[in-house]
Ligand binder design. Structure first.
Ligand code: FES
Length: 80
C-alpha cells in the first residue's frame, strides 16, 4: 500500500507550505509536515527534529494539530 506523501495530503494541510509555521525558529510548514510523514508521532518529536516550538512555544498548537491530522490520515491509509 502506498505511503502517504506530501502530494496526497488534502489542500487544507498543504496550503502555505513555504511559509514559516514556527516564526521563532524559521521552520517552514513543509518541514514540519515532512517530519510527521517520516514518522514523528508527537509534537515533541517534531520539535526535537525541526526546532519548531522551541522559541516561546507559540506554534505548539499548530504543530499538535498537524500531528493529529496527518496521523489520522496515516491510520486511515493503512486500514484501506
Ligand atoms: S513560533 Fe514556534 S516557538 Fe514561536
Amino acid at each position: 500500500m502506498p505511503e502517504l506523501s506530501l502530494e496526497s495530503l488534502p489542500e487544507t494541510i498543504t496550503r502555505n507550505l513555504s511559509r514559516n509555521l514556527c516564526v521563532c525558529y524559521d521552520v517552514p510548514r513543509q518541514e514540519v509536515i515532512e517530519c510527521i510523514l517520516q514518522g514523528a508521532s508527537t509534537w515533541e518529536e517534531v520539535s526535537d527534529k525541526t526546532y519548531a516550538c522551541q522559541g516561546s512555544g507559540c506554534c505548539e498548537r499548530q504543530v499538535k494539530r498537524l500531528v493529529e491530522q496527518i496521523n489520522e490520515l496515516k491510520a486511515q491509509n493503512s486500514s484501506d
